[in-house]
Write a protein that binds this ligand. Structure first.
Ligand SMILES: C[S@@+](CC[C@H](N)C(=O)[O-])C[C@H]1O[C@@H](n2cnc3c(N)ncnc32)[C@H](O)[C@@H]1O
Length: 226
């Protein structure tokens, strides 16, 4: 999969993409990540990406033309006519709230182009040439960059071959409508807190049943909405 991110702060992605899952996925040739400077797609000498809002009001609005030019350059054609397997995403608090099913869907794409807003947001005409508008939660961030990192991480780890033990994905929180069961590691007793007996019993059937029951109890207690 290839993921392009367009932002006025492309440098913030570099240290994040250099570690952990993103690094491994790139080294294994499974994920290609590139962050682009939105200002490189401006046509004026001041490399301007924002302007005052029509109708007045505080702050600045991001202009549509640099985003359009960036998409056209990256895709090699109009963002209105996309090759198969390409999804283009505008990060916005007004988009569809990100969830594991949405991440699953995005992980099947061959290519993602992610647009990050700043300031008071993006000219509403940008919405007309993206396939998806995504929010990372019901709160307002000062820019789309952290949301883009969330997307890259959540999607990247689902690409086949990126994580070692892929079977573990099946039991992870949200994968089957449940939160994951509690996990423990050594020592077996710590600060007077023992690991549940069943986990050290060696009885694989009992462990499986305990985990299923705990996942259900946890989900009911913490996220009954699931
Ligand atoms: C300060 S926000 C603009 C908010 C906008 N004025 C509004 O009220 O909807 C600037 C940029 O941050 C990003 N952003 C902020 N909150 C976000 C969220 N919850 N999910 C995704 N992107 C977000 C978007 O790219 C947005 O264009």
């Amino acid at each position: 999969m290839k993921i392009d991110i367009v932002s006025i702060f492309p440098e913030v992605f570099e240290p994040v993409f250099r570690v952990g899952m993103s690094r491994l996925a790139q080294e294994r040739g499974l994920l290609e990540l590139a962050a682009h400077d939105l200002r490189d797609f401006t046509a004026d000498k001041h490399r301007r990406v924002d302007d005052e809002p029509y109708g007045g009001g505080p702050g600045m609005v991001m202009k549509p033309e640099p985003f359009y030019a960036a998409m056209t350059a990256l895709l090699g054609g109009s963002p209105f006519v996309l090759p198969k397997g390409v999804r283009t995403i505008l990060l916005t608090p007004q988009g569809v709230r990100l969830s594991q099913p949405i991440v699953d869907g995005l992980s099947k794409a061959e290519r993602l182009v992610i647009l990050c807003g700043r300031y008071e947001g993006v000219d509403a005409r940008v919405n007309t040439f993206v396939t998806d508008e995504i929010s990372v939660g019901d709160y307002v961030l000062s820019g789309g960059e952290i949301g883009a990192m969330v997307l890259v991480d959540a999607v990247g780890r689902l690409i086949s071959g990126v994580l070692g033990a892929e079977a573990s994905l099946d039991e992870e929180s949200f994968s089957n409508g449940l939160l994951e069961y509690p996990q423990y590691t050594r020592p077996a007793s710590w600060l007077g807190l023992p690991v549940p007996d069943v986990l050290v019993s060696g009885d694989h059937g009992a462990v499986k049943e305990w985990r299923r029951r705990m996942a259900e109890l946890r989900t009911r207690a913490r996220r009954p909405d699931l």
